[in-house]
Design a protein around this ligand. Structure first.
Ligand SMILES: Nc1ccnc(=O)[nH]1
Length: 458
């Protein structure tokens, strides 16, 4: 079954004719002549791969396929995107909302509610069922790669990482999966055996090392010591880093600069991603400029999570929120810092909504962070930039020889793309349309029912 506006013919060779493609996802030679960051072209496909990308109506038909006259699918100017990259998610928390909602919509409410749910219910079976549900939604929406944080605290580390490893295998060829350990940095200095266990688990599973740096008051020497140990462990094991940073409205939350200092101090060679960085937007301009310069020097990339930040930040009962909660993406980008946006949480206490739909994330990010009236290459924030952070050379772009993976839409321009949710998009993987049926929430009811029975037994 498909929700899509078009069904592709069941032939191995075809041309997506008169496609509109963002220049940002094309190689430079195919991106020439872009208007508002968009190029009209024909995309030739054979046996699951892109064979040629030529100017619209201009190029000869695929010469390598001379024996087969390619079927032409006229897209009439419809935008074609590569499948999108979701670099910051929490698949282990997803969809616990029905049994553990956020009581008041605040960050502290989220922390407590999710923490209680984890301790009570996160068996391997529970985590696996919710992860798989989330990945089916992501796949149906047109996502090709997902990085998830995994709460790596106490006994959960030994439960969630093997489940993740199974999921990565099961989803191979459909979605590329990566995981990052999420733990509070005080563990590093206060519970060294636990930290060593986290590092060895991450190394064994080919994961990314992370941690959440303190949210409120200016961090002291303890944070620097913790960061030193995290950077040394990452260097010793060849791991990349991915932190939760300053997710708060406190301008005195300054751990981002400490991370940049640590990266420079250690001359760290791996990739570093900093997530959230909300409070950077509230620092005075001189301070923010200094921090942003240091990020550039240290080669740190930033991912903003606009939907979750708008939900949690500046929430107080009876008071309308005044600020949007997002990192200063324009300033970061102008300084050459790689910036991206991602889903973050989905239907859990940190965010009541969300469906791992990167079209939704890009559309919401455009509105929340004013990505419009600006550079016309912001689509890189959900395609090539996160792909580079994840070291996925071919993801998030369309190129000759690359996989024939696409999101086809009826929209011909950015305004047509972003005005509607693109519910009739067509997702193509390996040259073929996929089943875009979204998983039914009802199948998760048993997880809530099991929990209620468990509570009655107690
Ligand atoms: N925004 C978030 C912070 C920490 N943990 C989460 O799951 N989400």
């Amino acid at each position: 079954m498909s929700r899509g506006f078009i069904s592709l013919p069941d032939t191995p060779v075809y041309v997506l004719a008169d496609a509109t493609v963002p220049a940002a996802v094309l190689p430079p030679e195919a991106a020439r002549g872009a208007v508002e960051g968009l190029v009209r072209c024909d995309i030739h496909v054979a046996r699951g791969r892109i064979t040629r990308i030529v100017p619209q109506g201009g190029g000869p038909d695929a010469p390598s396929e001379a024996s087969a006259v390619p079927v032409r699918i006229d897209l009439d100017g419809g935008i074609v995107l590569p499948r999108l990259v979701d670099v910051h998610t929490h698949l282990d928390k997803g969809h616990i909302w029905p049994r553990s909602p956020n009581p008041d919509g605040t960050f502290m409410g989220a922390l407590h509610s999710a923490g209680r749910d984890r301790v009570a219910f996160w068996s391997a079976e529970d985590v696996a069922a919710r992860m798989d549900f989330s990945l089916r939604a992501a796949f149906a929406h047109g996502t090709c790669a997902v990085r998830t944080h995994l709460d790596s605290l106490g006994p959960q580390t030994a439960i969630s990482w093997p489940v993740f490893a199974e999921m990565r295998e099961a989803w191979k060829g459909r979605i590329t999966l990566q995981a990052t350990a999420l733990f509070t940095c005080d563990i590093v200095t206060n519970d060294e055996p636990q930290f060593r266990d986290i590092v060895s688990t991450v190394a064994r599973h080919g994961g990314v090392l992370g941690g959440v740096t303190f949210l409120g008051a200016a961090p002291d020497a303890a944070l620097d010591l913790a960061l030193d140990r995290i950077f040394m462990a990452a260097a010793a094991n060849g791991l990349d880093l991915d932190f939760h940073v300053d997710e708060s409205d406190a301008p005195e939350a300054r751990s981002l600069e400490r991370i940049a200092d640590a990266a420079l101090r250690h001359r760290f060679q791996g990739r570093i991603l900093a997530g959230h960085c909300c409070s950077l937007a509230l620092q005075d301009e001189a301070d923010a400029a200094r921090v942003i310069d240091k990020l550039g020097e240290a080669g740190i990339a930033v991912v903003s999570l606009p939907m979750c930040n708008m939900y949690l930040q500046d929430r107080r009962p009876g008071r309308t929120p005044r600020w949007r909660g997002v990192a200063p993406l324009h300033e970061l980008k102008a300084a050459g810092v790689p910036v991206m946006v991602a889903s973050d949480n989905t239907r859990d206490p940190f965010y009541a909504y969300g469906d791992l739909d990167m079209i939704e994330v890009f559309r919401e990010a455009t509105r929340i962070a004013h990505l419009d009236h600006s550079d016309d290459n912001w689509i890189a924030a959900v395609t090539t930039t996160p792909a580079a952070v994840m070291r996925l050379a071919d993801a998030g772009r369309l190129s000759e020889g690359g996989a024939a993976d696409f999101i086809l839409t009826r929209a011909r321009s950015w305004t047509e793309l972003l005005a509607r949710p693109q519910a009739d998009r067509v997702v193509v993987v390996g040259g073929r349309t996929i089943d875009e049926t979204l998983p039914d929430y009802r199948e998760l009811d048993r997880l809530v029912a099991a929990q209620q029975e468990g509570q009655q037994d107690r």
